[in-house]
Design a protein around this ligand. Sequence first.
Ligand code: CUA
Length: 322
Amino acid sequence: MIRALPLLLALGGCAGVQTPLDPWGEQAGRIATLTWVLFIGGHVIFVLVMGLLAWSLLAPGSLRHVLGSRGFVIGGGIVFPTVTLAVLLAWSLGVSRALTLPGSDAPLRIEVIARQYWWEVRYPDLGEVVTANELHLPRGREVELHLSSADVIHSLWVPNLHGKMDMIPGRVNRLRLTAARTGTLRGQCTEFCGLQHALMAFWTVVHEPEEFEAWAARQREPVAPPADPELARGMAAFGTHGCGACHAVRGTEWQGRLAPDLSRVGSRLSLAAGALENHRGTLAGWIAGAQDIKPGNSMPSYGRSIEGPELLALATWLESLR
Ligand code: CUA
């Protein structure tokens, strides 16, 4: 069992929601193939060279002589590596090119904007659907991510779908990808962007096309004032405490653009860019102690300035926004 452990650990990395070795689409597939060829080829050559080394040390003199011949040194020391590396270079450049070539004329455009410390996601093709820390994709349709930044450098990486791409202020980088499977994948920032770099994850949800349309339609619906008195109290607290200065809620007077759009916050898989599971308890905890959970982020801790029952009503209302 102990001896099998390294093998199990190695194989355990081949499947999962955040691994380049379990490709969910063509782009990640190309990268995975390149990875395996380099990995296996490198090991084959290593074993070959070690074999030759053992031969040169252990074989009888007459055979050893072969290794010292001019032909072997030129063939094995110059021709073989030159040809091998040239072929690999040409092939990997071809793979890089294939990764940047458009697959269709009309991909779905999705804008992802890097912020300290969260991800804003906008769907201009779908009637200005806006969300945060979550990427929703239709299966089988090519999307083009337009990656920009407001105030920080992040690097977006969903390893099951594509390679990494930097998000730099003053520039728009584009990443085209097609997800071939439905399900949920984890993405992560891979560029040190400050103290909260480790808490810069996000979920990617791949839907069947019709399910994706339904999701988008739901996002576009305005938030109506709730009939339930507890929820109404929560919504009022949102106004009283000035949350709307930074956050937007569709269909209300609150249209802040500095922080995540909360129109459908209750439906999200995580809070604070993957830092917390999303439910009433963590919503309340985040409002009261955002700086304790993720120090240095732009959300203030409301602490004792909001009383328990009011905080609970606010968290309950936010949770109801699905
Ligand atoms: Cu963004 Cu690390």
